[in-house]
Ligand binder design. Sequence first.
Ligand SMILES: Cc1cc2nc3c(=O)[nH]c(=O)nc-3n(C[C@H](O)[C@H](O)[C@H](O)COP(=O)(O)OP(=O)(O)OC[C@H]3O[C@@H](n4cnc5c(N)ncnc54)[C@H](O)[C@@H]3O)c2cc1C
Length: 428
Amino acid sequence: MRYPAQLKVGIVGGGWNGCHIALELRKQGHRVSLFESKPDIFQGVSGNFGIRLHKGPHYPRSKATRDSCREALDKFCETYPELVVHHESAIYAHGEKDALGNPFKVSDDAFRKVCHESPDCATIDPQSAGFENLLSAYNLDEPSVAIGDRLRTFFKEKLGIAGVHLHLNCSVEKIESLGQKSLIQTDDGQYTFDIVINATGYTSLLPQNIAESLPVDIGITHQVCIALVYEDQHPQNKPLSFIVMDGWFPCVMPVIDSHEPVQKKYILTHGSHTILRSFDSHEKGLSFLKGLDDDIVSNKIRPECEREITRFWPKFLDRFHYQGWKGNVLAKLKTTSEFRSSLTFEKEGVIHVFPGKVSNVITAAEEINVLISDILRRRYSSVREFNGVRFTTTSAFHINSQEIGDKPKQGENHTSNLQTFAAIFAAS
Ligand SMILES: Cc1cc2nc3c(=O)[nH]c(=O)nc-3n(C[C@H](O)[C@H](O)[C@H](O)COP(=O)(O)OP(=O)(O)OC[C@H]3O[C@@H](n4cnc5c(N)ncnc54)[C@H](O)[C@@H]3O)c2cc1C
């Protein structure tokens, strides 16, 4: 059986997933169009937030997530070395009590083991490093990934060289399955593709009643997340990060959005204070985000976050000065373990990606390759399946389906209704 070597692929969403998948599919020779509703790529979550290239300790309760972090990290760094920024230090610390006075969620011993899953992990003394209220702290060789303009410029160049057709400012309103093809309906026209990939961050274009169709009964929440932006008054040659675990604790990460030799911009987030609300739809989250303003963030949220970070890093405000804030809505799985890898699946010829971490784009693209092969196998196979019954494309089931399904009516003068024997005896 021979498949077409070059497929026409439409991808919706110009964030990490959409852009990476577009490049991967171009490498295989497919014709790729990318649709993004905003005026440019990487203007949503991916352009603003995906900062840590996680090695694992951020997920001390989810071994599956830690395994997927390590599985994807090396491949990600090999694929995008220009975007990976190594740190002066990347500290994971174990806090004594979280913002609500709750104790840590994993034991100090379990946290130590999780940090030491990275062979480069070094134990540090929190107090001599200027930190307080910590049970333990570890320094890992965990890098960050570029965001903002630096990421956008990189991908625009790569997508241009690769010949990906970009449709910016182009909102996809509907994806329709046409059997062998799929149709993308945008605000400016219709496009037909062999394969369509929905990489909208699980925010739109999902099949109706998708929750009931999935193999696992997953819970999804759409969370309004903000980050407070600070400027480092004493920047070093390489950036740093400081992440307190595991629960409602603060997190300081660099914002590498330019090629400046020294990184001054940082964000402060918090396990509860900057995750402002959880909704059952993306739209409700967006509408709440629109209602936030500088006053609310500066007067209500910022003091809480600064109180929290200075509890662990007393001199934080001497070094980092507040600049502003940014926010977005992120779809997350509701799981006890805080599982955070991506989920990729196909329904009716359209492939959907539920985002995980940035490095998960590698595994999502690998899964998409397998799903595309399966779609092609089904479309071009000489065996068809209906309700578990298989037959060949040379079978009358396939070729003459209409004719063999057209049945004579009951009582009609037709051979299949003959009851000659009974009729003869009835007459005699
Ligand atoms: C506060 C926060 C911190 C995070 N920190 C990290 C971290 O440190 N490390 C990490 O690995 N991950 C992190 N993440 C997660 C990571 O950033 C995301 O999972 C990832 O960027 C999602 O990429 P995506 O391409 O799937 O989605 P997005 O970046 O959301 O891209 C989807 C795109 O689709 C477009 N779109 C939507 N609907 C349509 C439509 N109908 N038509 C056309 N276009 C459409 C949107 O405009 C958007 O550009 C963080 C997320 C948040 C919110």
